[in-house]
Structure formats: C-alpha cells, structure tokens
Design a protein around this ligand. Structure first.
Ligand SMILES: Cc1cc2nc3c(=O)[nH]c(=O)nc-3n(C[C@H](O)[C@H](O)[C@H](O)COP(=O)(O)O)c2cc1C
Length: 636
C-alpha cells in the first residue's frame, strides 16, 4: 500500500466509521431507480421526522436487488444485525420505524420482514431466502450497503486499493493477469478483456482512449444501471486500472440519457474521485495520469454497438461502421481506443485485489467468474442478482425468481435482448454460460433474462422485437433497414390472419439477406424470428393454418366482445380505453338534449380497438376476447 493511498484510506475509514460500526440504530434506504419508481423518494422525505424522535440515523444506499419488494429498507441496530424489510410505503414511515426498533421486530415488523443480512438473533437469515441463497455477490458485495454518493464509504471498504497496487505494475503484467482470470466482455460477445487490452497497449501512442459502454439498450437489461447507481467507484477504478494497463490516460463513460440517476451518481463520483486524487494527475505519486468524462447518449440502440458508440462520443450521428479498422486501430477521434462494457471494467479491481485463481473459483471453463443478471417478465420475484456462470437457468428464474405468478406456466425465455432470440421453456435447464446458448442459436447477451408464460404470444413477442430492430436500425444500409421492414410486414400479416406457409420461405430469404448487413444489428435481427420458427413452430402454424391465436392477442385473429351489458364496470372500462372505442350505441329517436338519459347498449368499435386488454382487466365479467374466425363462423 503506498503512503498516499494509506493516508486517503485512513481518513476515509475515520469519516465512514459511524456508519460502518453504528453505535445507534442506522436505517439504510434503497434509493435507486427501481425503488424510486415504487416511491422510495417519498419514503425518504417521510423518514426524518420519526427518525429524529427515535434517535436513529438515516442513510441513502443503492440497491440490494430485491426489486419486487421496493421500497426496501435495512435497519441495523447495535444490539442486532442488519435486518432487511420491504416494501415500506411512505405513509408507513413512522409505524414501520417504531416496529423495526421495537423489542420484538420479528413480530412487530412481521409484515415487512424479509431477513437478516448479517446475523441477528431470532431473525431468519437473508441467505436462507430463495432469491438470495444461491447468489455469489462479488461485484454486488457493497451494493445496498454503502452510500453511493460518498467516496469515504467506498474507500473504507477497499475502493481504489487495487488501483494503488496496479499503478506500480507493468502494464503487460496487468493485461496478463486479466487474461489469466479469463474475464470475457460482459456486453454480450465475451471477448477476453485482457486480449483486447493488449491490442491497445501495442497500438502506437501517445494518445489512446478508453470507452465504457453503459448504453444498455436491451429491454429487460438493467445490470449496468444498477452498478453505476449502487457502486460507481467500482466502475471508475476498473477504468483507471485499464488505463494503466493499456497506456490510455483518458476515458469516456457513455451513459444513455434514460439513466439520469446513473449519470448524476457517476458525475458526483468522478468529482469526488478527482478531489481525493484517486484519478487525475500523478495518481498516488506514481506518475500515472488518468481522467474520465461522461458522454450522455440519446438512447439510440445502435449507439451501444461499439463503432456507433464511438461516433456518438465524437458528437456525430451514432451509425455503426464496418470493422476493420477495430477501435484499437482507429477509435475515438481516430485514435487507438478500447471499448468495454461497464460490468467488464467493474470486475477488474476484484481481479487485481484477489488474483486470477480466486476469480476462477466460480464459473466455468468458457466463462469464469460470476455474472450479474437482471430478471423480469412473468416472475414472482423480479430483480437483480449475481450468480456464478454455469448455474442452471431454471435455478435462477424458477428458484431465485420464483417462476410465473398465480400458477401460470413458463412458456419461454427471451435472453440477451432483441437480438438474442427466443427459447422454449424446455430449455430452462440450460447452464448460464455462452456455449449452450450459442448452440441453441440464441445469445446469452449482457445479462437481461425475461421469462414469459402461457399468456404471452411468441408470435407477438417476435413481432415486437423485430419492430424494435426496424425502429432502431440506423438506416445506413438498406439491407438492414429494408430487411427488418419486410420481416415486420410478414409477421404483421400472419397476426392479421393472412399468413401462408410460403411466409416461412420468405422469412428464411430475409434472414439470409440480412446476413449481408454492415453490422451485427442487421445480422442478428432475425434471431427472434429464428427462435419462433425453431421453437414455437406449432403456435406459428396455428396462426397460419387455423387462423387462431392461442394467446389471444393477435388483433386480426381475435376480437373483444361485450357479454354482459348490465355490468357497471363497463363505465370504468370505457373511461379507461385509450382509443375510446367502448361507448354506448346511440338510442334511436333520442334528442341531443336526452343524451344523458339515452342508455343504448355498450359497443366496441373494432377498427379502433388496439387489443391492449385494459378494458378486460377492469371488467373481466363483462368483456371477453374470442377467436375472431370461430366467432365469425358461428355468426354465419
Ligand atoms: C446493436 C448492438 C447494440 C449493442 N449494445 C451494447 C450495449 O448496450 N452495451 C454493451 O456493452 N455492448 C453492446 N453491444 C456490444 C458492443 O458492440 C461491444 O461488443 C461491447 O461494448 C464490448 O465490450 P465487452 O467486450 O466488455 O463486452 C452492442 C452490439 C450491437 C451489435
């Protein structure tokens, strides 16, 4: 440990001590995007008054990952361990605090009790919870525990210690260490990070740049967001070590603008890191300079592709380019550069601190280490967790995530975002590492896993993802833009009852053409439809042959009918309908003045109905969705 770091560490430990070993109750409130969406910000405003009365301290933290229980609150008492509770509603602030600080929180705060994160007598351990038990939290070790807005808290638990060590290392030795650990790129490709760093190290200088890809555009992926919101210094430290390893002294963190809290926390963390001297000039007196800036992306999906991202960093329109040249040859402002995903960089301090063998204690031969996954969709317990690579997907989604709610049956999985493809539920046993997914023709991707149940239509999902790819195509190559348009047209036709068996050949031809697209966006666009054809063929055939949609969502194959005119819930359903297609039929002979009196039958104006299903949720006993084709036959 250098004397410069030792001094910083001692000061930070002193500053963080009251929260590290509290002498009076400490209440940690999860203030992350998921919890704020559940009104944790209102809870945060409601807590100070009762906290003052009860003599307790309040503290902001990132997330523990228990998204379905937000707002999550942890209470650490000197006489008891750290106990996690949720969901705590803002209006329950006083009642909750009194209960959690009472003589017998197990009983008094039973309605909120989740488990004890650190041993607490008589309280079930969080590690016994099915969501928590199988996790191996390395990257997530301090998430939800430290204040992400305090550099003291981060340094007190070891932040920048690995950087202090790395600044004294030979750059090639750092690359070799990262290569020996086998950390693969977490953006989806899995390319060995150490190898990529060697490309940049060997590139001509003096100017070289690092880029952190925090664009995270996949629907269902929120791994990078959670990292930046909950432990921003881990990302900064990882990038600084990468700078030392590659000879880069400047970097860009590219964050999509839909992540305002990530941007704010990363900006604050950078300011604090600069002020503390852990980034900037002559870090720890080693002579190594490194600084970072944040680039805000406008939320275009292809800006996540590294060449599109580089263009966007440069202030140009984010359009991917043909590679080579690769970023290590010609990157940001045409200088040699390295792009890695946020989670890739975040692993690096842990490897420098603990070694390659430690890193490989978990994971598989092809994918060593642990991986953060954001799990969502038809799940009892959606959230974010970190598990060893190689764990069964069923253990993650059915075990930790609890599977579909209300007794519904898993139907399939959407891994790796819109370009990742679809898998049937029979593949739930696949191990979470890249090879088994690639063998099944899908991508494990960057960590987003969405489970869907029998209520979802695989055809509709495929159309959604194909439309997404069409919308997000940068338009530079007609192959991609036109190809995805044709794909959407075919799927739309099938969903409107005009599908034919020849459409499968058409889909195959479009897929083949898309393989000539300039970048992976176009080339991977057909993954979803391939999944549909390969694994949900029966459902597709029912659409084409029987003109029927078993999930009853296809607008051309189903229709909404009113079955009970007397149900008062219809009034509310009509008010809620976003296209106002539910209304009473005009009563013959009624004058305009009588309009309020005229109570004709409720009708659904079919051409305006967008099949959002909101009306049926409000009036389930009065509105039914039926197969259009069968209904028409019975009418005839
Ligand atoms: C259309 C498209 C979107 C992408 N989006 C992301 C993204 O949001 N985040 C990311 O890290 N990688 C994304 N990638 C992969 C990047 O191009 C690149 O491989 C990655 O950032 C490299 O980092 P890694 O080696 O650490 O994974 C995307 C690729 C494509 C084709």
């Amino acid at each position: 440990m250098s004397s410069a770091y030792e001094e910083i560490r001692e000061a930070a430990e002193l500053a963080a001590a009251p929260r590290r070993s509290p002498t009076r109750p400490l209440v940690r409130v999860d203030l992350s995007t998921s919890s704020v969406a559940a009104e944790a910000d209102r809870l945060w405003e409601a807590l100070p008054a009762p906290a003052a009365e009860l003599d307790v301290d309040l503290m902001r933290v990132g997330t523990l990952g228990l998204s379905w229980l937000e707002p999550v609150v942890e209470v650490e008492r000197p006489d008891m361990g750290a106990v996690v509770y949720g969901p705590v509603r803002p209006e329950q602030a006083s009642e909750f605090l009194a209960a959690a600080l009472g003589d017998n929180p197990t009983e008094q705060a039973a309605q909120w009790l989740i488990g004890a994160r650190t041993p607490a007598p008589g309280i079930p351990a969080l590690s016994d919870h099915p969501f928590w038990g199988p996790q191996e939290r390395r990257l997530m070790q301090w998430m939800g525990v430290i204040d992400p807005e305090s550099i003291d808290e981060a340094i007190a638990v070891g932040a920048y210690e690995a950087l202090d060590h790395a600044v004294g290392m030979d750059p090639m030795a750092i690359c070799d260490l990262v290569l020996a650990a086998g950390v693969g790129g977490r953006g989806g490709g899995g390319f060995p990070a150490g190898q990529k760093w060697k490309f940049l190290l060997g590139a001509p200088g003096p100017t070289k740049y690092l880029v952190c890809n925090a664009d995270e555009g996949d629907p269902g992926a929120f791994v990078n967001r959670v990292l930046m919101e909950s432990d921003p210094h881990l990302v900064i430290e990882g990038m600084a070590i990468a700078g030392k390893a590659t000879g880069a002294d400047y970097g860009f963190i590219y964050i999509r603008d839909e992540y305002p809290l990530s941007i704010a926390r990363m900006e604050l963390a950078l300011e604090q890191a600069r002020a503390r001297g852990v980034i900037g000039q002559d870090i720890f007196g080693s002579g190594f300079d490194f600084d970072l800036e944040i680039t805000r992306g406008a939320g275009s999906y292809v800006c996540g592709e590294e060449t599109g991202l580089i263009a966007s960093v440069e202030g140009l329109r984010g359009m991917p380019k043909i590679r080579p040249p690769f970023p290590a040859q010609k990157g940001v402002f045409s200088e040699p550069s390295n792009v890695n995903n946020t989670e890739t960089y975040a692993n690096v301090p842990l490897i420098v601190r603990n070694g390659a063998a430690w890193y490989r204690q978990h994971g598989t031969e092809s994918d060593p280490g642990t991986k953060m996954f954001s799990i969502s969709g038809a799940l009892e317990r959606p959230g974010i967790l970190e598990v060893p690579f190689g764990m069964g997907m069923d253990e993650l989604l059915l075990g930790c995530g609890g599977g579909p709610p209300d007794g519904h049956t898993p139907k399939g999985i959407q891994p790796g975002g819109p370009l990742g493809g679809l898998l049937p539920a029979s593949d739930l046993g696949l191990k979470l590492e890249r090879p088994p997914f690639t063998e099944r023709g899908v991508l494990l991707g960057s960590g987003g896993l969405i489970l869907f149940d029998e209520r979802a239509s695989a055809v509709d999902l495929t159309k959604y993802f194909s439309e997404f790819c069409e919308d997000e195509s940068c338009g530079r190559c007609t192959t991609c833009h036109g190809g995805s348009q044709r794909l959407v047209e075919v799927l739309e036709r099938i969903m409107h009852g005009d599908g034919r068996q020849e459409d499968l050949e058409r889909i195959g031809a479009i897929d083949k053409t898309l393989q000539n697209a300039n970048c992976l966006h176009g080339q991977f666009t057909p993954y979803a439809v391939r999944g549909l054809v390969n694994y949900f063929r029966d459902e597709l055939d029912v659409h084409i042959e029987e003109k029927r949609d078993p999930a009853r969502v296809a607008p051309g194959l189903t229709r909404y009918l009113i079955t009970d005119q007397s149900d008062p819930a219809l009034e509310e359903a009509a008010a809620l309908c976003p296209t106002s297609c539910i209304a009473r039929a005009p009563v013959e002979g009624a004058e305009d003045d009588d309009a309020s009196e005229a109570q004709g039958d409720w009708r659904i104006h079919e051409p305006s109905c967008i099949h959002c299903d909101a009306c049926r949720e409000i009036a389930p006993d009065a509105i039914r969705v039926e197969d259009r084709f069968l209904t028409m036959l019975s009418v005839v």
